[in-house]
Design a protein. Structure first.
Length: 210
């Protein structure tokens, strides 16, 4: 499950449920799409910390994880969970590395349909095309501070894992600051990105998969 959560979190490259935050439908979805796409195209790199809260139907307490996130065009992503347990995922083009405290695996997207989808979702988010993706149908809501992009999977591989994914977009800079993932079992994961640094220099070595 953590792999899938990390995959979805890649969409941040660019956050509680909408009805609880007084969201309403945007008046002009086309205008939002244009601004979101424009802002996304200007992002060359991202460095950020993140906090992940997982709510499981079988547990009363939240499971909280913390870590670091890096992104660099084109299609370079690194997510490193630091607490409470270590987990690493690196995407560099068609190559992916995942590592935990016990083992390391290397994967090519050409060998897996789900990894191909991950790569495509990444590109769509970075380029601001996620609202036009054939893998999702979308609805855009807003309140005073945020847009909430509700994504419902239409692709059968993605819908196996998720009912919906909510992207919270800051109205100030059109960056995604929170992702809420509702899975098919009734659990949900909220990932909040803090201390964001945009368009900073990140060496290619950060995304090494060898």
């Amino acid at each position: 499950m953590r792999k899938i959560v990390a995959f979805a979190a890649i969409c941040m490259l660019f956050t509680m449920h909408a009805f609880a935050q007084n969201f309403k439908p945007v008046a002009n979805t086309a205008a939002f799409n244009e601004q979101f796409s424009k802002a996304s195209q200007n992002i060359k790199s991202i460095k950020s910390d993140f906090v992940q809260e997982k709510n499981l139907t079988m547990l009363s307490d939240k499971i909280v994880s913390k870590g670091k996130f890096w992104f660099k065009k084109d299609n370079k992503v690194k997510m490193e969970y630091l607490t409470p347990t270590y987990y690493l995922m690196v995407i560099n083009g068609k190559n992916i590395k995942v590592k935990d405290s016990k083992k390391e695996n290397k994967i090519s997207t050409s060998q897996s349909k789900i990894f191909q989808k991950v790569s495509k979702i990444t590109a769509d988010c970075v380029q601001g095309n996620v609202l036009n993706s054939a893998d999702f149908k979308s609805k855009v809501l807003e309140n005073a501070q945020y847009y909430n992009v509700e994504l419902t999977p239409t692709d059968k591989n993605i819908s196996t894992y998720f009912k919906t994914i909510d992207l919270w977009v800051d109205k100030k800079d059109y960056a995604v600051v929170k992702i809420v993932m509702h899975d098919t079992s009734g659990d949900d994961v909220t990932m909040t990105f803090v201390n964001r640094e945009m368009n900073v220099n990140i060496p290619d070595e950060v995304f090494a998969v060898n």
